[in-house]
Design a protein around this ligand. Structure first.
Ligand code: MG
Length: 368
């Protein structure tokens, strides 16, 4: 009998322990889901809890921009906006004042000339002082990874708005873990790690985008899975896009200032084709290359343009090879070891030199 009782208590205690572990795991998971899952909350849900306010650390000197690492691509160092364009590829219309770049109401978003996929990004920004407006109308801008996925920039210092639209939110999806905003006019930092979504050849999503954000040195987004592109009042599904696209900054009508913007492509292996420099030139420049080209031996190549992407088509051979720009005239194939150099004569495109698998340059003249 004694043995039966001991066995009973062993089983009871064991079962209790297991149930306790399961119960606590469930409550932790449940809490996380409540807090983090954008699917539980409506877009811009006013009942969604606001993150707690946290005073930012003081180890960073707000008057002294952080020094970029040596392998970073410098996007803005106070000198000029040569790394930036308006969205259609024309010169950027934001202003530079006192080594700082400032958004201009009505000038539109600015985007980088270069495209980026996976990256580590550093941005410093300051919202206007004295503060003007309220809610989404106060110090609104945004950092758009790939020009599509927004980390909100907003003056959230003593400024209430919906949780998924405040500063350091993944707009419309995830409020920040904490509100660590500095006062209007004070310099603030974003350090962002972004993993671009992956699509298969049929345009289907294979891996969603992920984002991690440190705002003023404090973790505000912890590797959250993006539900799709950023939109106001909706959560759109993913749709296929190139592996690299420009970074964009938003003009939302408020004069938000930016300085010291740098980016590191990930993984940091400069020789990998995935890390090769890729410019996003815009249709106006790309359109001039569209046409048929012949070489003296009867070879042909057709260059076409669709959705901002240049393609090379060799009739009877390799079809529709996407071409990425390394400069305004130099391109490379996305999938084959092939280099393209367009030749200009009096500003008109006269031909292309093509080097396939490093076998030497072949000359193609533009068909009249
Ligand atoms: Mg915004």
């Amino acid at each position: 009998m004694k043995q039966v009782l001991i066995s009973f208590w062993v089983i009871f205690l064991f079962a209790n322990t297991i149930c306790g572990v399961m119960a606590s795991a469930q409550s932790i998971t449940g809490q996380n889901e409540d807090r983090h899952s954008p699917l539980i909350w409506r877009v811009h849900d006013g009942k969604r809890p606001l993150p707690p306010v946290v005073t930012p650390p003081t180890y960073m000197n707000p008057d002294q921009p952080a020094t970029p690492p040596s392998d970073a691509v410098i996007l803005f160092d106070g000198k000029d906006m040569s790394a930036w364009r308006t969205m259609d590829g024309s010169p950027a219309k934001w202003i530079i004042k006192d080594d700082v770049m400032e958004s201009v109401r009505g000038a539109g978003y600015v985007r980088t000339l270069q495209g980026f996929g996976d990256c580590q990004l550093h941005v410093e920004f300051a919202t206007p002082t004295p503060a003007q407006g309220s809610s989404q109308g106060r110090g609104n801008s945004g950092v758009f990874l790939m020009g599509i996925y927004e980390v909100q920039v907003l003056d959230s210092y003593d400024n209430i708005t919906y949780a998924d639209g405040q500063c350091a939110a993944v707009y419309g999806q995830y409020p920040p873990e904490v509100n660590v905003c500095r006062k209007p006019g004070e310099w603030q930092t974003y350090d962002i790690i972004f993993k671009a979504p992956r699509f298969n050849g049929h345009g289907e999503l294979i891996v969603p985008a992920f984002i991690t954000v440190l705002h003023n040195g404090v973790l505000t987004q912890d590797h959250v899975e993006l539900t799709g592109p950023t939109n106001w009042c909706s959560r759109s599904p993913y749709s296929i896009h190139p592996p690299k696209l420009p970074l964009a900054l938003q003009d939302h009508g408020n004069p938000v200032r930016f300085r010291n913007i740098w980016i590191r492509e990930l993984p940091a292996t400069p020789d990998s084709p995935a890390c090769r420099k890729q410019l996003i030139l815009g249709d106006k420049i790309l359109q001039r290359y569209v046409g048929a080209y012949n070489n003296p031996y009867g070879g042909q190549v057709q260059i076409s343009l669709a959705d901002g992407q240049l393609y090379a088509d060799f009739p009877g051979g390799s079809a529709d090879q996407p071409l990425y720009a390394e400069s305004e005239t130099r391109f490379y194939s996305a999938f084959v070891d092939a280099e393209y150099e367009f030749e200009l004569k009096n500003d008109a495109v006269s031909g292309i030199k093509i080097n396939i698998t490093q076998g030497g340059w072949g000359e193609y003249s533009r068909k009249k």
